[in-house]
Write a protein that binds this ligand. Sequence first.
Ligand SMILES: C[S@@+](CC[C@H](N)C(=O)[O-])C[C@H]1O[C@@H](n2cnc3c(N)ncnc32)[C@H](O)[C@@H]1O
Length: 378
Amino acid sequence: MAAALAATWSAIRDRLLTSAAFRRRVSMIPGLRAISRRQSRRLFDLVAGFSYSQVLLACVRLGLFDKLAAGPQPVEEIAREAALPAESADILLRAAISLDLLEWRGKGQVGLGMLGAVMVDNPALGALVRHHQAVYEDLVDPLLTLREPDRPTRLRNYWAYARDGRHFGEKRLDTTEVRDYSELMSASQPLVAEQVLQAYDFSRHRCVLDVGGGQGTFLSHVARAHPALQLKLFDLPAVAELARGRLAEAGLAHRIECTGGSFFEDPLPAGADLITLVRVAYDHPDERVLRILCAIREALRERGGHLLLAEPLSGTPGAQAMGDAYFGLYLLAMGKGRARSAARLTELMTQAGFIDIRALPTTLPLQTGVLLARVAPG
Ligand SMILES: C[S@@+](CC[C@H](N)C(=O)[O-])C[C@H]1O[C@@H](n2cnc3c(N)ncnc32)[C@H](O)[C@@H]1O
């Protein structure tokens, strides 16, 4: 009954909204006009979103936000420093102002806008914006990517371990092949680590193993927040080597033991009572995620322990576009990964033998969702 009513209502709504005459009439009715305008604006943002991103990219490549953090500058000076013809500078600055990245400060001066201010001293966002140049290229024909998901892409090459869904010897990758993505992950990790550390009290554990832990940036945050915890990192041999170097530079080499290997072939280091899997599962198809989860369950089996999984989730209220549109297409161009809902990850964890699975609230679910699960000893 409820389903039939919903279907009838949807059919009526479709008929009305697809009628240009209806939309015109609504746009003239006070009260409904605001709704009509809001919907038009949302649609236009989808149509034009690509150019908005390119304006942001131009500003990032010119270092405009960091420059203007010192104070507003006259348009002519910005044009001269950016080596742009006056007219091009005018077009870029007006575009950035329209997007709240910059703002007029009077007397022909331009300063930071509300959104531009957030870009200052934010290497993570800057790195992501630059990285998106590769994504634009891969998605220049979205239908091609959707129809031929196995074709070579720039993202596949970039995320060397995701080149295909089968074994191809990712343990043989060398440091030059993993450096760029490891740097990008390190740059964007602080916000994730902050979210996870707020969501869960690590002090109830003795030893934490971070699986697919990259250059150790997540564990560096854990190390500083919990000086008594024993910490271990597991990643591909080339990444573990980069991690050792990074941790030595940060004076944390004595705190974090790094092991190289593949979670598809090698047993994980033993001894942890909490294993973290941060931004790893979404890189892989279901059958591979299941194998990673089973490897984690094996590593915890003897004495029991917890798994904490953190990554952006599909279907997060208020952040659906991030999980399903952004990560949906990004991960398709990258390989065979998927952004999954908390419910789907729960199914996979249950299949792998985890119990007591629950979602932990985070302050920025757009960025990070967190699931906690347990393995019973024995
Ligand atoms: C998206 S990155 C996330 C890195 C880190 N956890 C973070 O959030 O910054 C995924 C990580 O999984 C690692 N990885 C991929 N395949 C692996 C494998 N077969 N065995 C171990 N680690 C692997 C990658 O090297 C990379 O460091």
